[in-house]
Design a protein around this ligand. Structure first.
Ligand code: TXA
Ligand code: MG
Length: 337
C-alpha cells in the first residue's frame, strides 16, 4: 500500500473523512501526539489499527468525539464528575474512562466494559470527526513500543506502507499523550499523567488516587488498571539510563563515561556537555520538556551511541508526565547520583 502525506487542507480533511467513513485508517494530528484514526463503532475498521501498529489485542483505544452530545450513546452513564471535568478541560489533553454502552464494540474497548473518551482541541482532528460523522478511535500513531510521533514525518517513518493517508497538521502543541483518569473506580484514579496535571484534576474532583504504575514498574504478576501499563513503551533503539542528581553531578558522571555514550540533557546544560547531546526543553520548564521529549528520543538514535544518559526531570505538575514517559523509555533504569 502506498502511503500519502497531505497538508491539512479542506480537501485533504474531506478525503480523510471519506476513508474513515468507509472503514479505513488515517494518520491524524491532535494537540497531544498524532493518532491513527478509524471509525470507533466499526469493529473491523478498529481491527486495522491493531494490525497497522502491531498492538496487543487487549490494549483498548481512546474514542475521540467533537461534542458532548456524541457521548451520551457511548456510555451507560455520563457521571456528574465527568461533566464537570469536560466543562473545565475539554476540548483538550484529557481522557476520561467511563462504563461503556453496547454501542461501543468490544474490539474498541479491548474486551473491557469501560470506554476511554477524549474531546481533542486540534482543529483538524475536530473537523475530521465532524465530517466523518462517527466517533474516532485513535491510539498514538507509532509502531507499538516506539515513542509517540509529534509530527507527520515520524508517523510516516513508522507507518509507511501500513496505512493509506497521513494528514500533516504540523508539530503537536503538547508533545505527550493525554492525561487518563478513570471514573469507573470507586475513587477517581489517575492512570496516565499528561498535559492536565493532578492538581488541575483535584480542583474539580477533590482528592484523587495516583495509580502505582505511574511512577514505578508493575510487579511481574500484578493486574494492570490500564492494559497499556503492561507493555514496553516509548523505547528508542538506544539504551536509555536516567541519572538523578543536580547538574554538577550529572556532568561529572558523564565525563567519566564517555565511551559510545550520548546525553539527553536540558538546553541550559548543553554547553557544559562533552559527549554528543540532544536536548529536551529547559530545566525549569516541564511543558517545554514535554513538547520535546519524544522527538529527542528519536534523535538520540541518530547519534549512533549505544547508551544515552538522560538527566532526570522534575516530577511536579506536567513534569509527572515527562518523568512517567522517560522512566518507561529507560525500562525503569535510574541511577541516583
Ligand atoms: O493523547 C492521546 O491520548 C493520544 C491521541 C492520539 O489522542 N492517544 C493515545 O492513545 O495516547 P494510546 O492508545 O496510545 O493510549 C491509550 C491508553 C493506553 O495505555 C490504554 O491502555 C488506555 O489508554 N486505555 C484506553 N481505554 C482504556 C480503558 N477502558 N480502561 C483502562 N485504560 C484504557
Ligand atoms: Mg501509545
Amino acid at each position: 500500500m502506498e502511503t500519502k502525506v497531505l497538508k491539512a487542507t479542506e480537501e485533504a480533511i474531506e478525503k480523510a473523512a471519506v476513508i474513515i467513513k468507509n472503514g479505513g485508517v488515517v494518520g491524524l494530528p491532535t494537540e497531544t501526539v498524532y493518532g491513527l484514526g478509524a471509525d470507533a463503532l466499526n469493529a473491523s475498521a478498529v481491527e486495522k489499527i491493531f494490525e497497522a501498529k502491531g498492538r496487543p489485542k487487549d490494549n483498548p483505544m481512546i474514542v475521540h468525539v467533537s461534542s458532548i452530545e456524541e457521548i451520551e450513546s457511548l456510555v451507560k452513564k455520563f457521571p456528574e464528575k465527568a461533566k464537570l471535568l469536560a466543562e473545565k478541560y475539554w476540548p483538550g489533553p484529557l481522557t476520561i474512562i467511563m462504563s461503556k454502552s453496547d454501542k461501543v464494540p468490544m474490539r474498541t474497548s479491548g474486551g473491557l466494559d469501560t470506554v476511554a473518551i477524549r474531546m481533542p482541541s486540534h482543529p483538524v482532528m475536530r473537523e475530521v470527526i465532524k465530517k466523518s460523522g462517527c466517533p474516532i478511535a485513535a491510539p498514538s500513531a507509532n509502531l507499538s513500543g516506539s515513542p509517540s510521533p509529534t509530527n507527520a514525518k515520524y508517523v510516516f517513518d513508522d507507518m509507511d506502507g501500513r496505512i493509506e493517508l497521513i494528514i500533516d497538521g504540523g508539530e503537536c502543541e503538547v508533545g505527550l499523550e493525554s492525561t487518563v483518569i478513570t471514573l469507573a473506580t470507586e475513587k477517581p484514579r489517575l492512570l496516565r499523567p499528561g498535559g492536565i496535571t493532578p492538581e488541575q484534576l483535584e480542583e474539580v474532583l477533590g482528592e484523587i488516587e495516583i495509580d502505582v504504575a505511574v511512577k514505578s514498574k508493575l510487579e511481574e504478576n500484578a493486574e494492570a488498571s490500564s492494559p497499556g501499563m503492561k507493555y514496553k513503551h516509548y523505547a528508542p533503539k538506544i539504551k536509555v539510563i536516567i541519572l538523578k542528581g543536580d547538574t554538577e553531578k550529572y556532568i561529572e558522571y558523564i565525563s567519566s563515561h564517555k565511551e559510545n555514550t550520548a546525553a539527553l540533557c536540558f538546553e541550559d546544560e548543553k554547553e557544559k556537555i562533552s559527549i554528543p547531546c540532544v536536548t529536551y526543553g529547559r530545566s525549569d520548564d516541564s511543558s517545554s520538556q514535554a513538547k520535546r521529549l519524544f522527538d529527542a528520543l528519536r534523535e538520540l538514535d541518530e547519534t549512533g551511541a549505544e547508551v544515552a544518559f538522560a538527566h532526570c526531570p522534575s516530577d511536579e505538575g506536567v513534569g509527572l508526565a515527562v518523568y512517567n514517559r522517560l522512566l518507561r523509555s529507560a525500562g525503569f533504569e535510574v541511577i541516583e547520583l
